[in-house]
Design a protein around this ligand. Structure first.
Ligand code: ZN
Length: 238
């Protein structure tokens, strides 16, 4: 069952009405549509609640991709009474947590624009996030990166998205830098995150509308991860 991913078109949706399609063999809840982002591309899956018609709530501790074509699986807290296929629910994410993920995720795109090296990995958290770079023989300056990111935050650039075909992506390999958030392929088109003149790359994650919403951040630590590799960590600085 392929769930309609409402968060891809509008990452600011906090809830939606949905119908329960199935309970999978691991006890995960599959809906026909959802605002819950499943763990992927270094970004944690959303937590929240599914509210039944009678007002009772099923706590969702995380969201993951399932087996086969299950793209969004809501994982209920242990011991939850599960809904039945056909039930309608209100699916509501923990917005405070998700919004921090969006701010961090968008902040990492800005880091990507500031640090001119290939990205080999990344991790997003509500309080701390990081990107790994293959810097070769270069060196990195903590304060310069902090300043560079905060300049792009203060300039309040518009964050957009556009779509290209798989063929266009294949003929522009430079687009894939990347935050290693490979957007889903196979549908024939790929979503690009587009912060004009700042960053352009395929990304299926949840972004802010403006870079100003990231708020001030600070490079807290640059870790050595081998001869050529560095992990650059950021935290909110407010
Ligand atoms: Zn992204």
């Amino acid at each position: 069952m392929i769930t309609e991913e409402l968060f891809r078109a509008d990452s600011y949706l906090k809830e939606c009405e949905a119908t329960v399609e199935s309970i999978n063999d691991k006890g995960g809840i599959v809906l026909d549509r959802s605002v819950f982002y499943p763990t992927g591309g270094g970004q944690p899956g959303d937590s929240g609640v599914l509210v039944r018609g009678d007002g009772t709530e099923i706590a969702i501790i995380t969201t993951v991709k399932g087996d086969g074509d299950e793209n969004v699986v809501h994982v209920p807290a242990e011991g939850s009474a599960l809904p039945a296929p056909g039930d309608t629910v209100t699916a509501r994410i923990d917005w405070d947590r998700r919004y921090k993920h969006m701010r961090m995720h968008t902040g990492l795109h800005l880091m990507c624009a500031v640090v001119p090296h290939g990205v080999t990995g990344g991790k997003i958290g509500a309080d701390k996030s990081s990107l790994d770079f293959d810097i070769g023989d270069a060196t990195l300056d903590k304060d310069a990166i902090t300043e560079g990111i905060n300049k792009l935050v203060a300039d309040d650039h518009t964050v957009g998205a556009r779509w290209i075909t798989d063929e266009e992506l294949d003929s522009n390999p430079d687009l894939v830098r990347t935050m290693s958030v490979s957007p889903p392929r196979g549908s024939g088109k790929v979503r690009l995150l587009d912060i004009p003149e700042v960053d352009l790359q395929p990304c299926g994650g949840t972004h802010l509308a403006q870079t100003g919403e990231v708020g001030r951040v600070r490079v807290s630590k640059i870790e050595n991860k081998g001869k050529r590799n560095r992990r650059v960590n950021i935290v909110f600085d407010e």
